[in-house]
Design a protein around this ligand. Structure first.
Ligand SMILES: Cc1cc2nc3c(=O)[nH]c(=O)nc-3n(C[C@H](O)[C@H](O)[C@H](O)COP(=O)(O)OP(=O)(O)OC[C@H]3O[C@@H](n4cnc5c(N)ncnc54)[C@H](O)[C@@H]3O)c2cc1C
Length: 381
């Protein structure tokens, strides 16, 4: 392993590995590489790690990665919320409940973790390992730096508006669904629309609400509520794809009245916090899959390689799993000073099949939602 270079990680213009994007995938990868003494730079275009309206539900896969690397308890100290059940509601009452199965080792149906808690806890652990480490904020990747032979030799950036470059042996695109690394490496994703968009809102939960996922079917579309750490509830309301402009022409009160009729106990909180269309955030829903995740010494992880829809809450967890696997491959590459870039293709070989299964599962869950709902509903009549 190239430990000499790891002592040079203070060099602002060089790293063995340059990671673009301090989301869950990038932050975890940076931690795992610092643990092994690999010189790593993590750049982020935002000025901080505080993000809102991101995937915040950890499933068993994501939890396993965090626990494997001793990261669960630092995150738990900042605050997280295990969810106890999934409830299906109709006309203001519960018609079906799914509990975790302790015989299968399940203790919850998912864990809500505010994304800033996840990112800050992992970053703090990285700083303990490598005190000089800092996420380089306000730094936007603007292109790939190439040597005379055309080989990627790093990235071009704009840091606080000033252009500069970072040389690196490997460039990791952990820069999300609209990845600049993917674009500059000409790795084209196949994009799929899913027939729906999503309205999001976050409001205080009614007092005494148990931590749960609550579902309702609203005119055949899924309406989901997720209890969140800190006493909040996240609302995810599917609407027909491209239909928001039309929806906004309608009066607001009857629309939001449907939310209250599905979950009457939300009435006070909705009245206080959702008063017009601007209290919702629109997410245009799509998934994507890059047929190639690596090219020469550039590799993609997380949403940059495969964006998922919010269904089933796979995306955050998949990004953590990618980072875990890629860290092992980069540690292997460090043995020969990062010359064997072919190793990077193994990421897709190892992770691709599971990601494709999850993408297919999302389509299946989306298509069968209404049918599943009707079967729960008819079972209680
Ligand atoms: C509304 C919504 C709800 C979701 N709900 C869930 C859920 O409950 N559970 C779940 O598992 N997943 C969920 N997801 C998906 C989840 O948020 C993503 O899959 C996950 O965040 C992907 O992590 P990532 O590290 O790959 O990328 P991201 O989290 O997207 O992070 C990418 C980072 O790169 C930075 N960046 C981008 N371009 C550049 C550039 N040019 N230069 C420098 N930095 C750059 C961005 O600022 C960002 O910080 C949801 C997604 C959305 C949008």
């Amino acid at each position: 392993m190239n430990l000499m270079k790891s002592f040079q990680s203070e060099d602002p213009h060089y790293a063995d590995v340059c990671i673009v994007g301090a989301g869950p995938g990038g932050v975890l990868l940076s931690y795992l590489l610092h643990l092994k003494g690999i010189s790593t730079l993590l750049i982020e275009r935002q000025p901080h790690l505080h993000k809102s309206f991101r995937g915040e539900l950890l499933n068993a896969d994501g939890l396993a990665v965090l626990k494997k690397h001793g990261l669960y308890s630092p995150i738990q100290k900042l605050g997280l919320l295990p969810l106890e059940q999934i409830q299906y509601w109709e006309e203001g009452r519960i018609i079906h409940t799914i509990h975790p199965n302790p015989d299968k080792g399940e203790h919850d149906v998912g864990v809500h973790v505010p994304q800033n808690h996840l990112l800050e806890a992992i970053t703090a652990q990285t700083e303990i390992q490598s005190p000089l480490h800092q996420v380089r904020f306000n730094t936007v990747m603007t292109g790939l730096l190439r040597d005379k032979s055309g080989k990627v030799a790093g990235i071009n950036v704009r840091q606080n508006g000033v252009p500069s470059s970072i040389k690196a042996s490997v460039v990791v695109g952990a820069d999300g669904r609209y990845s600049a690394v993917r674009k500059h490496a000409s790795l084209t994703p196949e994009i799929r629309k899913h027939g729906y968009d999503l309205l999001w809102a976050r409001i205080p939960a009614p007092p005494g609400w148990e931590p749960a996922v609550r579902m309702a079917s609203m005119e055949g579309q899924q309406l989901a509520l997720f209890s969140q750490y800190g006493g909040y509830v996240q609302i995810g309301w599917n609407i027909p794809e491209g239909g928001y402009a039309e929806l906004r022409k309608q009066p607001f009160a009857p629309f939001v009245g449907k939310l209250v009729s599905a979950f009457p106990c939300l009435a006070d909180s909705v009245a206080a916090h959702i008063q017009n269309w601007s209290d919702f955030v629109l997410l245009s829903v799509e998934s994507s899959y890059s047929s190639q995740w690596a090219k020469d010494n550039v590799v993609l992880i997380g949403d940059a390689a495969h964006t998922m829809t919010p269904t089933g809450a796979f995306g955050l967890n998949a990004a953590l799993e990618d980072a875990d696997v890629l860290s092992e491959l980069l540690i292997q590459m460090a043995q020969d000073d990062f010359r064997s870039a072919d190793v990077l293709h193994k990421l897709q070989t190892i992770r691709g099949p599971k990601v494709q299964q999850q993408l297919a599962r999302q389509v299946e869950m989306e298509a069968s939602f209404q049918q599943r709902y009707e079967s729960y509903s008819s079972a209680i009549i």
